[in-house]
Design a protein around this ligand. Sequence first.
Ligand code: PHE
Length: 445
Amino acid sequence: MDNNRGTWKSSFGFILAAAGSAVGVGNLWRFPYMMGSNGGFPFLVVYLIIVVLLGMPVMLGEFAIGRSTQQSPVAAYSKIQKGSGFVGILAILAPFLIMTYYGIVGGWALRYFFSFLTTGEGTDFIGLITGGLGLGVWQPVLWNLVFMVIVWAVCIFGVHGIEKANKFMMPALLVLLIVVIIRSVTLPGAGGGFRFMFANPSAFTFGAIPAALGQAFFSLSLAMGAMITYGSYLKKNEDLPKNTLIVSGLDTGIALLAGFAIFPAVFAMGGEPGAGAGLAFITLPGVFAAMPLGALVGAAFFLLLAFAALTSAISLVEACSAFTIDTWKWNRKISVTLLCVLFCVLAIPNSLSMAGGNPFSGENFLGTGMNLFDAVDFFANNILLPLGGLLMCVVVGWFWKPESAVAEIEGTPGYSFKLKKAWSLLIKFVTPILILIVLVFQFIG
Ligand code: PHE
């Protein structure tokens, strides 16, 4: 039963690991642009409201489910409510799908880190994904392999490996981020970046709300089994509400800081603001290459991007492997190895889908109007995550009952959860209704 299960050695280790899961490429390349192009301050306010009313209650619920059952999602849901194991299956499907492309992005980051380190500049991204560079289209596949070997080497050691890796990578990420921010904001003309991020409130529309919800769930790693799994390694004396607050605060704070690292530099060097792979692998390398100390800053940026992706990928692989360990009684080393191999193989079609001239190419996968990579990303983020979050609220609010969750949260002798009434109301009514509204709007849209 307790096949290699352990607990976090310290609260600090758990917080860094949960924050490591939350802080990922979503914070670095999606949030800042989303905020800037959707009106800045008003968007930030809406995002913060979503984090407080929807994100934090769900995260606290996930920690409580994990710690109460000491099981990974499928077994955990079945344990709190018979017949609800399917919610856990959804919560495993999301990280499984995400891991078929997340490592490719991590691999690109590693490739760019080495490129800045050795040549002082980035590399040709289009050439990299379309096969114009060296080993043809296999280069991203190979870098994904390098990335996955690191994830594997951490996850085979279970919770203790994960704690150690995060205790190193997360502080390093923060230091690197500060280095990049200092360089970025001291460039002449950096003010344009702040104006882009904050000073355009008329760009806000209500249409941005579903996008903000999707981003909040993705960014906080909710409804993906990750937080339930990490919560399942918690000792009973942890203050769950406090940890929820710190992890969400770190995630949101780092997303904002990422904007301060990126946009002042982009505007100072006359680049185009943007998001996603184009921002990270085309715009920014050009920006870094053109600025004083750019080689160093470029290397710092891509190493921090790689760390962010690694700590997130580790939590996704852990969510999947803990499932095979708890539900199917697999041995950890075999499980982690098989999963990592499987993710490397499944990443191939995703990676190739961005290049032309192979069976996976094409901008209209299954009639979605997107390529395979974007279609998987869209399905996991915009459908599975909100749906999983909604079902989680229903199971916890209406079947397991907030009282059981509160009893778990108050499991530490003498600890009283002051916001228990508010939280119970949120998880029963407010959060699920808001998620439902957003989902419905998304379908109409
Ligand atoms: N939260 C991560 C990000 O912002 C992605 C992620 C999702 C990580 C789900 C773990 C689980 O990029």
